[in-house]
Design a protein around this ligand. Structure first.
Ligand SMILES: NC(=O)c1ccc[n+]([C@@H]2O[C@H](COP(=O)([O-])OP(=O)(O)OC[C@H]3O[C@@H](n4cnc5c(N)ncnc54)[C@H](O)[C@@H]3O)[C@@H](O)[C@H]2O)c1
Ligand SMILES: [Zn+2]
Length: 355
């Protein structure tokens, strides 16, 4: 992965966590390291990183999105101080996107920056949040409002740990996988569509190449645009409507990936209506998303509320809403002229009723 600061390796493979101590040492990272994790993850998979954590064991933070706060970060600073963490230390973020974002933010800011390793344990974290160097926490005013760009020194993605993920968490990650195919690789999309049953049963042999391809795509896009000025925006396919659906349901109804599933359906509908996305590709995207399983209902949500929420999207630049459309599976087009009427039609198409 190319980063303006320092290139880093993303190692993907069944068993990489078991070799973490040697892999860290080979990357000139100090071992034992400070392993930051949460209780459920350490209970399920701590064995794999016990050698890396050393005699002190892991630093445990609370689990889940509600723990993604400055308060949790402050708790980590205290733990780092009492362990004597210095500039030469290594921090390992071992968990899903929440642990990665929080531990990464603590690593970015403690002593103005300590090296850290992402060891992602959810599908979403392996294909998305562990790569790209964005770290941060939520504020009462909104999600991910305080953060930094702090690229990891190394990423270790081990598909073996995905076997214990709750089914819904796994499926939520699959929508992001589908997104990578939809925006950048017909090949990946075709592979996912063909091997969906093997992927859903978490066969490492099926997962490994897919996770690797998603990482490659994210790394390639981010490498061209580390600080999110332009090309990185294609990663937001499905996210304008997705974020709006999450916001109007106060982040309680959907897993992020599920909202992105709806968002991709809406963006595809809009793209097909404009004649930008071929109808066979539109049907294919619909079919793959349907096969991932049922999504929480949206029939009770008000179209006007969702449209209002899209205009509050954090990623608006100078008042313009950039909307990522599909120009066919594997290709995108970013436009700035989506009208409320088009958006309303797309929302109706995905199941919102007119109130
Ligand atoms: N930094 C970025 O670029 C970026 C990108 C996308 C998302 N994110 C962030 O990622 C977060 C979501 O991450 P997430 O979906 O991984 O959620 P999460 O970290 O909350 O993990 C979901 C749940 O799965 C459990 N879990 C994790 N690994 C497990 C395993 N192997 N087996 C069993 N259970 C396991 C966790 O304990 C947790 O309860 C959000 O806060 C989002 O903002 C960041
Ligand atoms: Zn996303």
């Amino acid at each position: 992965m190319q980063s303006a600061r320092r290139p880093y390796s993303v190692l993907i493979g069944a068993g990489v966590l078991g070799q973490a101590d040697a892999l860290l040492a080979a990357a000139d990272l100090r071992v034992p390291a400070v392993v930051v994790t949460s209780t459920p993850i350490w209970q399920l998979h701590g064995d794999r990183l016990r050698a890396v954590a050393g005699a002190d064991g892991a630093t445990v933070m609370p689990d889940g999105e509600r723990a993604k706060t400055l308060r949790t970060v402050a708790g980590l600073y205290d733990a780092f101080a009492s362990r004597g963490v210095d500039r030469g230390a290594t921090i390992v973020a071992f968990g899903g996107g929440v642990v990665g974002d929080v531990a990464g933010f603590a690593a970015a800011t403690y002593l103005r920056g300590v090296a850290y390793v992402q060891a992602p344990t959810t599908l979403l974290a392996q294909v998305d949040s562990a790569i790209g160097g964005k770290v941060g926490v939520n504020l009462p005013a909104g999600k991910n409002l305080a953060g930094a760009f702090h690229p990891p020194a190394l990423v270790l993605a081990d598909p073996d740990v995905l076997g214990t993920l709750p089914r819904r968490e796994f499926r939520a990650g699959m929508y992001e996988v589908v997104k990578y195919g939809a925006i950048a690789s017909r090949n990946l999309f075709e592979r996912v569509s063909r091997s969906l049953p093997e992927l859903m049963s978490r066969k490492p042999a099926a997962l490994e190449p897919v996770v690797a391809e998603c990482c490659r795509i994210k790394a390639e896009v981010v490498g061209r645009d580390e600080y999110e000025r332009g090309p990185r925006r294609i990663l937001n396919f499905g996210h304008t409507v997705g974020h709006a659906l999450e916001a109007v349901t106060k982040y309680r109804r959907f897993r992020h990936g599920e909202a992105v599933g709806y968002g991709m359906l809406a963006a595809a509908h809009l793209s097909a209506t404009r004649g930008l996305m071929p109808s066979e590709d539109h049907a294919w995207l619909l079919e793959v998303i349907r096969r991932l399983g049922p999504l929480p209902g949206v029939g009770d949500l008000k179209i006007g509320d969702v449209i209002d929420a899209t205009t509050r999207d954090k990623k608006r630049v100078a008042g313009t809403l950039h909307f990522v459309l599909s120009a066919g599976i594997g290709r995108t087009e970013i436009v700035q002229d989506v009208t409320p009427a088009e958006l309303a039609a797309a929302l109706t198409a995905i199941g919102l009723a007119e109130h």
